[in-house]
Ligand binder design. Sequence first.
Ligand SMILES: Nc1ncnc2c1ncn2[C@@H]1O[C@H](COP(=O)(O)OP(=O)(O)O)[C@@H](O)[C@H]1O
Ligand SMILES: [Mg+2]
Length: 274
Amino acid sequence: MNAQVSPLVSFQQVSKRFAVSDGDVEALRDFNLDIREGEFVAIVGASGCGKSTLLRLLIGLDTDYQGRILIDGEAVNGIGSERGIVFQEHRLFPWLTVAENIDLGLVNEGLDREQRQRRVSNFIALVGLEDCARAYPHQLSGGMAQRVAIARGLVASPRILLLDEPFGALDALTRQQMQDELLAIRARARITTLLVTHDVEEAIFLADRVVVLEPRPGRIKRVVEIDLPHPRQRGSLGFHRLRETLLHELTHDDRYLPPAVARISDLPLTYLAC
Ligand SMILES: Nc1ncnc2c1ncn2[C@@H]1O[C@H](COP(=O)(O)OP(=O)(O)O)[C@@H](O)[C@H]1O
Ligand SMILES: [Mg+2]
């Protein structure tokens, strides 16, 4: 008999509306997704299709929704230290040092001063910032500040890491370095990860499964398994095929094709001449 492994995270028929001045925005409709312990799931979709809303519901920042969100079979009820989150902007406090910012992730853990210091030092080392423990955020590069934010998200040893476009503000090279680093951290601490990203390549490079959301109302269009072995090669044929598949899902929706996606050959010659 096959033992059925129950999911760590389960979204069941989750729908969310926001009341706005001219009616309701249906941010999510009938969202269903199970995430296994240790799995890495990426969510891709155009702006406004409900990605951040989904993370806010899972982190427990917003409890006003329909459906059920379960962690280990228990309904999510407010924020909890088994879930860590990292946002696109690092959201560090400018008047606190790197170490003090990371320490904030431990405020609810009931640890004594020495335990906290030890934990903070471990996580500073994990993200390779040993030389910057006493630096302030304005003294850091964008990539370094984002590493601090990741350390803060991980310092309470959450079982689930939520990442909302965490590398979106970084240059291409730093972004790739951070992606490698995230995989290295995951290899050490097999943490269940839910990543929201605009970047299809980032999703294929990192995730076990990619969920494509479509907007208005936000709902699942397709789920694609990424069965490429690690380390993944961005130039490989398999990678290329998955990129084509995902881009096809994302762009074959006239409701949100931006004009910038028009092919140059479709533009009138007068447009090109000006
Ligand atoms: N607090 C809010 N009040 C009203 N509308 C909101 C609020 N938060 C999000 N929305 C709307 O819900 C939809 C989904 O938003 P969001 O989850 O932020 O999308 P994404 O992260 O995919 O860009 C959008 O149409 C957005 O305008
Ligand atoms: Mg968002």
